[in-house]
Design a protein around this ligand. Structure first.
Ligand code: ADP
Ligand code: TMP
Ligand code: ASP
Length: 245
């Protein structure tokens, strides 16, 4: 996908193989290649299946959303699409925390607090989780992050501020195509002293419901064996206007 103004990138050694993406070095030491695989994981890797075309659909949705966020002034790691399943990103020093914002009650919030799924929250709710599959991503707060050195106060403040800013942009983006942004998870990292949004924004890491029917269009279809997982992701791409092969 390179042209005269975008030099070809030479793929290097594998750096890390996660549950859904593989990360590769490349000839530019400031960049990494993210390969979005078809592997789909739930319950911290307990359930893993291959879903045909998911890698490509997620890579393209992520590119589209990251570009929308960059245009809205969010500092993201996204550089450019390299192929159907690969993107070039800035190489970040990732913080081991996950930032979740919720607009509607679902998932672990309901389990933890006995709140009914679907309850509209008066204001968006922010939660930190530790990124640790073995411990099943326990919920943490800013005191844990400072005490155990997972981030500084400035990074904590910025993660909260950027995650809420992303909510403003994406709630509207999805509302315009008849989709409710129920909740989502973001990850951040350091790039040359700046906090940058990393990882992905795809239906694997958020909850999206059709605004009229409340049909689930995200990974809950996989978690709960609802079927038509890739079809739902494809519908999200289609409504966003993301071109698929
Ligand atoms: P997991 O590690 O949870 O199994 P993935 O399969 O999505 O998740 O693997 C992708 C890994 O790459 C994640 O651990 C994520 O934190 C990391 N990552 C995402 N973006 C970047 C980046 N720009 N620089 C360095 N690491 C990144
Ligand atoms: P939760 O309801 O399970 O806490 O998840 C909240 C949102 O964050 C949901 O959209 C899924 C996403 N998420 C991930 O993508 N990965 C994770 O490891 C966790 C804990 C949440
Ligand atoms: N993100 C975690 C996993 O990939 C948890 C989940 O989505 O249920 O297993």
């Amino acid at each position: 996908m390179s042209n005269d103004s975008t030099p070809a990138v030479v793929k290097g050694e594998e750096l890390y193989r996660g549950k859904a993406k593989t990360v590769f070095h490349c000839d530019d030491p400031s960049r990494l290649i993210l390969h979005f695989r078809n592997d789909t994981s739930a319950f911290d890797g307990e359930k893993i299946e291959q879903l045909n075309r998911k890698g490509e659909i997620n890579n393209r949705i992520n590119a589209f959303v990251m570009q929308k966020l960059s245009a809205a002034g969010v500092n993201t790691h996204f550089d450019r699409l390299l192929s159907a399943e690969e993107s070039l990103v800035k190489k970040l020093d990732m913080l081991p925390v996950e930032c979740v914002v919720r607009n509607i009650a679902a998932g672990s919030l309901c389990k933890r607090l006995g709140v009914e799924e679907g309850l509209e929250l008066e204001t968006p709710l922010f939660e930190f989780f530790l990124k640790n599959d073995e411990l099943h991503d326990p919920m943490i707060n800013d005191h844990h992050i400072r005490l155990f050195g997972w981030g500084t106060q400035q990074q904590i403040d910025q993660m909260q501020q950027i995650t809420f800013a992303v909510n403003d942009v994406l709630k509207k983006l999805f509302a315009d195509i008849g989709i409710l942004l129920v909740d989502y998870k973001l990850e951040f990292g350091d790039f040359e002293g700046e906090l940058v949004l990393g990882d992905e924004f795809t239906p694997d890491g958020c909850r999206l419901w059709d605004a009229e029917t409340r049909k689930k269009l995200d990974k809950d279809r996989f978690r709960r064996d609802l079927g038509d997982v890739v079809e739902a992701y494809e519908e999200v791409a289609l409504r966003l206007g993301v071109p698929l092969d």
